[in-house]
Design a protein around this ligand. Structure first.
Ligand SMILES: Cc1ncc(COP(=O)(O)O)c(C=O)c1O
Length: 398
């Protein structure tokens, strides 16, 4: 491994050979429950036979066109995205990765609003290109530094009112500089924080009053994960732009940006955009397949139902095992804190937990320096799989 790969992060010891449904197998043949659908992407499981059929068909028909050429499947997928966006009445473009999609959204927000500034969560994550990095963790790791970034605190249960006021006063001080607020509806990398819908309703109206666009980055929360097509539909707001990645590609590099119908009708934008893989028929076929499958198999309802079951099991775990605290979730996006008396650096403990869980056939993911566990499984995960996960976590001692 060391001789061939750029060591951008510490790689796990297991080398994977194949996947099937919610499970992956390493080169030794050991089976693991992949509790986080890869990097939260394979929402219909690994090597889904019907998806393989769809991709094969798309590969045989037409995978790619020139940037200005629209295919039949691109139009079909855009029509479906428009339908599932509901009140947003969205127009869309498909791209490849989450960062590319966020970059597209902020590029157009700055162009449309003729302002440069962005408000973001201080612990939000939007990707690691220069533009997206400038709003990831409030831009603290960006080099070169990008100006006009205004980080605000994330509204937690007990800080809702203060956080709304912080947002309001940041806008009041800088509204002539700020083009858009870019936010995750559920802050994942930053620690699995679930701001209340009231926060986003207030943010949405403050943005409207001050001519600021609201961009929701639904890379993780979108495409059915929380039991609605998009998490904003739980908040009863209509954002100006929505970014969708990860799940929408079901393991393939597919993302999309949605602009509201209102934005497209009422604002002028003349800037062109070129990316080799924008609106590819290949991506479109995958998106259409995903929407059809989620509808055919009732996965929005089952995500709500299974998510509630998973949360109840995490609550049970937390009430009987002092190592886990604060179970939380929204549909199939859940988290819990690790707690060890006197510990401030959770990294070594999380690493031990990861190794012991893997030994027992479970792949987990931590975030926020290992202090928080997050669970974003595929939508086909069974209740038995959930029981297995909670049992394994309950058996481990650190
Ligand atoms: C909310 C959010 N936005 C954007 C991204 C970046 O996506 P990608 O890694 O595909 O560029 C991520 C990745 O984790 C994400 O969680």
């Amino acid at each position: 491994m060391d001789n061939y790969l750029i060591p951008v992060i510490p790689f796990h010891d297991q080398i994977l050979a194949r996947g099937e449904g919610s499970y992956v197998y390493d080169t030794e043949g050991k089976k693991y429950l992949d509790l986080n659908s890869g990097q939260f992407c394979t929402i219909l499981g690994h090597s889904n036979e019907e998806l393989v059929g769809c991709v094969t068909e798309a590969a045989k028909t037409l995978v790619h066109t020139s940037s200005g050429m629209i295919s039949k499947s691109t139009l079909e997928a855009a029509e479906k995205l428009n339908r599932v966006s509901g009140q947003m009445d969205a127009r869309s473009i498909t791209l490849s990765t989450g960062a590319e999609a966020v970059e597209f959204a902020i590029r157009y927000a700055k162009h449309i609003m003729k302002k440069e500034g962005l408000i973001c969560f201080s612990k939000g994550y939007h990707g690691l290109t220069l533009g997206t990095q400038s709003i990831t963790f409030g831009g603290v790791y960006t080099a070169p530094h990008v100006n006009d970034i205004f980080p605000v605190s994330i509204a937690e249960e007990d800080t809702l009112k203060e956080c709304i006021e912080e947002f309001r006063s940041t806008v009041a001080a800088h509204k002539d500089e700020i083009a858009a607020a870019v936010m995750e509806p559920i802050v994942s990398v930053g620690g699995m924080i679930f701001p209340d819908g009231e926060y986003f309703r207030e943010v949405s109206s403050i943005c409207r009053e001050n001519d600021i666009l609201l961009i929701l980055d639904e890379s993780q929360t979108g495409f059915g994960r929380t039991g609605k097509w998009f998490c904003f539909q739980q908040f009863d707001i209509v954002p100006d732009m929505v970014v969708c990645s990860k799940g929408i590609g079901m393991g393939f590099p597919v993302s999309a940006v949605l602009f509201s119908g209102e934005l497209c009708r009422e604002r002028e934008f003349t800037m062109t955009h070129y990316s080799s893989h924008q609106n590819d028929p290949f991506a479109a076929s995958i998106i259409s397949f995903g929407i059809d499958s989620i509808e055919k198999d009732g996965l929005l309802d089952s995500n709500r139902e299974k998510g509630a079951y998973f949360l109840s099991k995490l609550e049970e775990l937390c009430s009987t095992n002092a190592m886990y605290r604060k179970p939380r979730g929204n549909g199939m996006m859940l988290g819990t804190d690790l707690f060890i008396e006197g510990v401030t650096d959770y990294r070594p403990y999380y690493q031990k937990l990861y190794d012991k869980a893997a030994e027992k056939g479970l792949l987990i993911q931590g975030t926020d320096g290992g202090r928080v566990l997050r669970f974003l499984p595929d939508y086909l995960l069974t209740k038995d799989d959930i029981d297995f996960c909670v049992k394994v976590l309950g058996e481990i001692t650190l």
